[in-house]
Design a protein around this ligand. Structure first.
Ligand code: HEC
Length: 229
């Protein structure tokens, strides 16, 4: 009887000791680390939390200097306000020439991103419109809707009501190529002549000088790297 009680008591003490030890464990400050160099970096971690003078936000990572532009990023001077939509519609112009390459790329991208809603003719009869998944998809020839190339570009940047933005799926050049196709669909719907592709001389590069790293060939990227060093 006595031995049984003592056994229970011993187990109880052992349990209590275990609980006390576990509850003293602080995850952020482990009291024993086996080979600590394996875990704790000597240098500051970019996004680590430090309480050091000169570390804005308590991080080593710095915010970009005001007014700087990341490599490959094209600033866009229009916000998503009604005034800027009107301003884009009236003054923003397509910098790309109508070439066979641009028109072909525009048609292809349009069919990927836009035709599901707007239809391959731009009449607002895409598959999602027919199945009534999205309502209020306009025809590009809709009366009372001002559709200009600047507006088509702006709507791709920010979207409009139920239409989302396409700024992350496409780059600047691609958005202008899509815009060319949309303007030609609109002309066809309204019975006006479309913009025919301009003949390009051999060796002439119809592409726009968009400095996006995504567009750069590996050799261009290598050259860039050499310049930096
Ligand atoms: C999910 C369906 C959907 C997709 C995909 C879509 N749109 Fe739209 N789009 C809409 C709807 C809905 C409207 C009407 C928005 C409104 O006026 O409220 C619209 C409006 C527009 C307008 C008229 C804007 C204006 O100023 O009145 C243009 C131009 C346009 N879309 C172009 C595009 C292009 C280019 C793409 C592909 C990059 C695209 N849309 C993809 C649903 C879509």
């Amino acid at each position: 009887m006595i031995t049984k009680m003592r056994k229970t008591l011993n187990i109880g003490i052992a349990l209590l000791a275990l609980i006390t030890m576990v509850s003293c464990q602080n995850d952020l400050d482990p009291n024993y680390q086996f080979m600590p160099n394996m875990y704790a970096p000597i240098s500051y971690e970019t996004y680590g939390e430090y309480n050091i003078d000169g570390f804005e936000n308590g991080q080593e990572a710095k915010l970009p200097v005001a007014g700087t532009v990341p490599r490959g990023f094209q600033p866009f001077d229009y916000t998503n306000s009604p005034e800027d939509i009107d301003r884009a519609k009236s003054e923003l112009k397509n910098p790309l020439e109508y070439t066979e390459d641009n028109l072909a790329a525009g048609a292809q991208l349009y069919n990927i991103y836009c035709a599901v809603c707007h239809g391959d003719k731009g009449d607002g009869q895409g598959i999602l419109a027919k199945r009534e998944k999205f309502l209020g998809i306009p025809s590009y020839a809709a009366a009372g809707r001002l559709i200009t190339e600047g507006g088509v570009y702006h709507v791709q940047m920010y979207g409009l009501n139920t239409m989302g933005s396409y700024a992350s799926q496409t780059n600047e050049e691609e958005r202008w190529q899509i815009t060319q196709h949309v303007m030609n669909l609109k002309a066809t719907l309204e019975g006006r002549p479309i913009q025919e592709p301009k003949k390009v001389d051999d060796g002439d590069n119809p592409k726009m000088a968009v400095t996006s790293d995504a567009n750069a060939t590996p050799t261009e990227l290598e050259e860039d790297n050499i310049n930096i060093q």
